[in-house]
Write a protein that binds this ligand. Structure first.
Ligand SMILES: *[C@@H]1O[C@H](CO)[C@@H](O)[C@H](O)[C@H]1NC(C)=O
Ligand SMILES: *[C@@H]1O[C@H](CO)[C@@H](O)[C@H](O)[C@H]1NC(C)=O
Ligand SMILES: *[C@@H]1O[C@H](CO)[C@@H](O)[C@H](O)[C@H]1NC(C)=O
Length: 512
């Protein structure tokens, strides 16, 4: 029966819903603002060897260069053309990265900005990452080319030309989002420019796309574009493979637009996931870990095989987007690791790990006024490389959450338990919980303010296992705690609320 259900799910998660990651690789990591040369090196030296399935890269195309504020991260969300030169590198560097990552089985997912061009107040000149001339006031982008006829302003019915009411689906799709020039995607000409851009990336070898601001585009226009995308490049992918599509749709409920309008086109970002998980782990609003027993659809989320899940993303880790202060980030490292650990152990959704750079937060009336700060950069604005320290952490302000032992080991855990059922749930009615994944892995959390000391059925074969949170298996020994599973599958867990990381995880590939 379980096998049958499993087969059905694999059958459903076909075409554009399939991540295209190699068999046995189950996560992607967003290397936010990394340079192409650094990503290529990271695929070869770290992501490939540690079983990561792919990288979501920052926008690849020509974008505006802003000086006030100085080189903010969001300049890359303001396209000037579809040429492939960006703050992360030029076209040759991009092609080199795709080839090198693909060759070690780590695939590239491009953040595609197709809803809009730069802000209407972007001025005129050649201040773009490719040095392309444009005139934002005249809506003239000769390097595409787009002219004023290719934008939506005539259709927008608000006085300001901006989205004023998110309950009005017409405004959300036809008006300007924070001043950005909104493309008229019903026009055959505009669709053609976008399809050419995306098919060029497919030809180079990318495996799929994050569709930025999907909520601000009509699903019918998106479908017309997505249907015209080519199959993936057969140098690396089986013939007939469709690009993986995951769409950014922020829907926390109660607005005019629902994720259900988009789940037929590809996967959709499940923003409720990180917002709710943040509440539970922070124990806000009376939430408890024991309530996670029916996590997933039971919490009102979309179907698992339609969801792209994440604890935080590049927007909501700095207060943009959705979820507010509940969102867990590297700034709260101890509970962040628990949140990411829970996500990677739990079968719901396709998981994306965030990898960030550090900035100095400055809260004024509850808002971080430094939310715009761009990546670590030299005085001339070029993005810094990512130096790797002797202990495998990153320098120069790059956080590299994906290299944290606990997160890297849980990415491996997810690969090891792939396809196994959610099993052996236990909770103490409060914030101590545990669950397994069939007979392959088991995880225990103590988010209460007292010791956990309990013997649990793990479902695992007898043996001595290395906890992959406090350490890992190295050769024939554990660098952290050891857990003994008895012949009847039970194991005693002792986790202090004062432990550096108050959770433990074991899996069959970390057995002595
Ligand atoms: C696929 O990639 C290879 C290697 O980069 C390239 O030579 C080839 O032209 C690409 N195929 C298509 C159909 O674009
Ligand atoms: C939680 O777990 C501990 C043992 O791990 C137990 O002593 C306690 O009573 C449990 N229940 C609650 C509601 O705290
Ligand atoms: C399982 O085995 C352990 C160790 O031999 C024993 O202490 C425990 O009582 C057993 N539990 C069950 C449910 O049989």
């Amino acid at each position: 029966m379980k096998c049958l259900i499993l087969l059905l799910f694999i059958g459903l998660s076909s075409a554009q819903f399939n991540s295209n990651t190699r068999a046995g690789r189950t996560t992607i990591v967003h290397l936010f603002e990394w340079r192409w040369d650094d990503i290529a090196a990271e695929c070869e030296r770290y992501l490939g060897p540690n079983g990561f399935g792919g990288v979501q890269v920052s926008p690849v195309n020509d974008h505006i260069v802003l000086q006030n504020p100085w080189r903010p991260w969001y300049e890359r969300y303001q396209p000037i053309s579809y040429k492939l030169c960006s703050r992360s590198g030029n076209e040759q560097q991009f092609r080199n990265m795709v080839t090198r990552c693909n060759n070690v089985g780590v695939y590239i997912y491009v953040d595609a900005i197709i809803n809009h061009m730069c802000g209407g107040g972007g001025g005129t000149g050649t201040h773009s990452s490719c040095g392309s001339y444009f005139n934002a006031n005249a809506k003239d982008f000769p390097s595409v080319p787009y002219s004023e006829w290719d934008f939506n302003d005539a259709k927008c019915r608000t006085g300001s030309g901006e989205i004023e009411n998110y309950n009005d689906a017409y405004q959300v799709r036809d008006c300007r989002l924070v001043g950005l020039l909104d493309l008229a995607l019903e026009k055959e000409y505009v669709r053609g420019r976008i399809v050419d851009f995306m098919n060029n990336l497919i030809s180079i070898g990318v495996a799929g796309f994050r569709i930025d601001a999907a909520k601000h585009m009509w699903p019918g226009d998106m479908k017309a574009i997505l249907d015209r995308l080519n199959n993936l490049n057969t140098s690396w992918f089986a013939g007939g493979t469709r690009p993986f599509i995951f769409q950014e749709v922020i829907d926390l409920g109660g607005e005019g637009i629902s994720v259900n309008e988009y789940t037929g086109l590809g996967r959709v970002t499940e923003f409720k996931y990180g917002a709710k998980l943040g509440h539970v782990i922070r124990k806000w609003d009376g939430e408890r870990l024991s309530y996670l027993r029916n996590w997933g659809e039971g919490w009102g989320f979309m179907a698992s095989n339609r969801a792209l899940v994440f604890v935080d993303n590049h927007d909501n880790q700095r207060g943009h987007g959705a979820g507010g202060a509940s969102i867990l980030t590297f700034f709260d490292a101890r509970i962040y690791k628990m949140g990411v650990g829970f996500m990677l152990a739990h079968p719901y959704g396709f998981a994306r790990i965030m990898s960030s750079y550090r900035w100095t937060r400055n809260f004024v009336n509850g808002k971080d006024v430094n939310d715009w700060i761009g990546p670590p950069a030299h005085a001339d604005g070029t993005t810094k490389n990512v130096p790797i320290n002797a202990d495998s952490t990153c320098g120069d302000g790059w956080v590299c959450e994906h290299r944290w032992r606990q997160i890297k080991n849980m990415a491996i855990f997810r690969n090891v338990v792939d396809g196994q059922a959610f099993s052996n749930w236990w909770d103490n009615g409060s914030n101590q919980v545990a669950f397994g994944r069939g007979n392959r892995g088991f995880i225990v959390f103590n988010n209460d303010d007292w010791q956990l000391d309990v013997t649990l059925s793990t479902g695992l074969p007898a043996g001595t296992y290395c906890d992959v949170i406090s350490g890992q298996k190295e050769g024939s020994r554990c660098t952290g705690r050891q857990i003994s599973v008895a012949s009847n599958g039970t194991a005693r867990f002792q986790i202090s609320n004062n432990d550096e990381d108050p959770f433990a995880a074991i899996h069959v590939d970390a057995r002595l």
